[in-house]
Design a protein around this ligand. Structure first.
Ligand code: S3P
Length: 451
């Protein structure tokens, strides 16, 4: 796939449903009683992997495209799959499903593609084992394939080293089935879609958050729009549930997909883009504050709450941007957006520093290495660090051949960068956008101003 420097982008775009919320709607719907009706389910390969795993465990799931109907069978309704469960490229499927499978009364093997087989699973194996689960890495390398034998679990209080919603959610899901309370403390609050949706389905999850001074505040959920991102440690506590109850889920547009259009509209000249119906849960929306810090022209319109998840339309216009520092508590709220933010920083005056983001190294690719290699190939001044990148902006980028490393967010980042660079950019493995945004290139090209 090839891209050339453009004269601007204008118009409206509606991005597909949120990947994290889509996964959870099918997982939680499968172990709830009754029907869960999901609107705007993301039809990307990752979320289709989740559907297929639960279908293999006896759950009837009707995927009608616009609506997905999950015929949940309750907490104890899953049946042993006849084959290995294939999670494809999806870390969320692999890690969250492990929490559920640890408590079933059958054995399962989980696997995934070459990227999944390199991603760290010890981070869930350790806490789930402490809860009494039997979970082992088949090749003994701490990665998938994982063999899980369901056990009776007991609650634990687990201090997680990483602010990871996948780790937190795996533990909370196991905690639904455990004897006694289960709690997870993370250094900073990560996305809280599991907590919101589990409560919405009738579970009892509460969250306690320390502010920067270490004072503890308590909240059942922390999804209020406009609420600042708390800066301290966060503890989620779940009580075992008797049953969950299926519900209607309206999935908002994915802010991680919207990010490509937001950054494109800010970086490219003569641009004005309205991205409609985007989820702006504060635990996901750190990119909005970074854009404001960089001097970006951004406006939220039509703010409203969907099924407990705040949503808005977002308008951006071409802006003269300046560098910023991105670190600490904001990192988990924009972790998937850092590749495109790093590309945008190349078009900003001054230096942008990204730190506390070592998690980037264990995503679908090593995003610190891959971003540094590809931005450098386009003429940017970027230095990789152990936990981030330093980007000295203000140098024009030129086209290059970009290896996506089959990482969907890298491919989309460089499509946008290619539209703002001189000359031609070719993206290798461009089709990997299929993981989270199958129509991405069509939507992007529709916004181009034809000169
Ligand atoms: C996700 C959590 C994040 C994110 C991933 C989706 C989720 O991962 O990067 O794309 O749905 O819980 P970590 O929780 O491992 O940081």
């Amino acid at each position: 796939m090839k891209f050339a420097g453009c004269s601007g982008l204008r118009g409206e775009v509606t991005v597909p449903g949120d990947k994290s919320i889509s996964h959870r709607s099918v997982m939680f719907g499968s172990i709830a009683k009754g029907i869960t009706e999901v609107h705007n389910y993301l039809q990307g390969a990752d979320c289709l992997s989740t559907i297929s795993c639960f279908q293999k465990m006896g759950i009837e799931i009707e995927n009608r495209g616009d609506v997905v109907l999950v015929h949940g069978k309750g907490l104890r309704g899953l049946t042993p799959p006849a084959e290995v469960l294939d999670c494809g490229n999806s870390g969320t499927t692999t890690r969250l499903i492990s929490g559920i499978l640890s408590a079933q009364d059958f054995d399962v093997t989980l696997t995934g593609d070459a990227s999944i087989q390199k991603r760290p699973m010890k981070r869930i194996m350790e806490p789930l084992s402490l809860m009494g689960a039997s979970i082992e890495s088949v090749n003994g390398n701490g990665c998938a394939p994982l063999r899980i034998s369901g056990r009776r679990l007991h609650g634990i209080s687990y201090p997680s080293k990483v602010a990871s919603a996948q780790v937190k959610s795996a533990i909370l899901l196991a905690g639904l089935y455990a004897d006694g309370e289960t709690s997870v403390t993370e250094p900073y609050l990560s996305r809280n879609h599991s907590e919101i949706m589990l409560n919405y389905f009738g579970a009892d999850v509460r969250t306690e958050i320390e502010d920067a001074a270490g004072t503890c505040g308590s909240a059942n959920t922390v999804e209020l729009p406009g609420q600042p991102q708390p800066a301290g440690r966060a503890t989620a506590v779940i009580r075992p549930a008797k049953e969950l109850h299926g519900n209607l889920v309206e999935v908002p547009g994915d802010i991680s997909s919207a990010a490509f259009f937001l950054c494109a509209g800010l970086m490219a000249p003569n641009s004005e883009i309205l991205v409609k119906n985007v989820g702006i849960n504060p635990t996901r929306a750190g990119i909005l504050s970074v854009i404001r810090d960089m001097g970006g022209d951004i406006t939220l319109l039509n703010e409203h709450a969907g099924s407990g998840e705040p949503t808005a339309d977002i308008l951006v216009r071409s802006s003269s941007l300046h560098g910023t520092v991105i670190e600490g508590a904001v990192i988990p709220t924009l972790i998937d957006e850092l590749p495109v933010i790093a590309a945008m920083a190349c078009f900003a005056d001054g230096t942008t520093v990204i730190r506390d983001a070592a998690e980037l190294k264990v995503k679908e690719s090593d995003r610190i290495a891959v971003m540094t290699e590809n931005l450098t190939a386009m003429g940017a001044d970027v230095t990789a660090a152990e936990d981030g990148m330093i980007i000295r902006g203000g140098r024009p980028l030129h086209g290059a051949v970009i290896d996506s490393h089959l990482d969907h967010r890298i491919a989309m980042t460089f499509a946008v960068a290619g539209l703002c660079a001189d000359g031609e950019t070719e993206i290798l493995g461009a089709e990997c956008v299929n993981i989270s945004y199958p129509q991405f290139y069509e939507d992007l090209k529709r916004l181009l101003i034809l000169s």
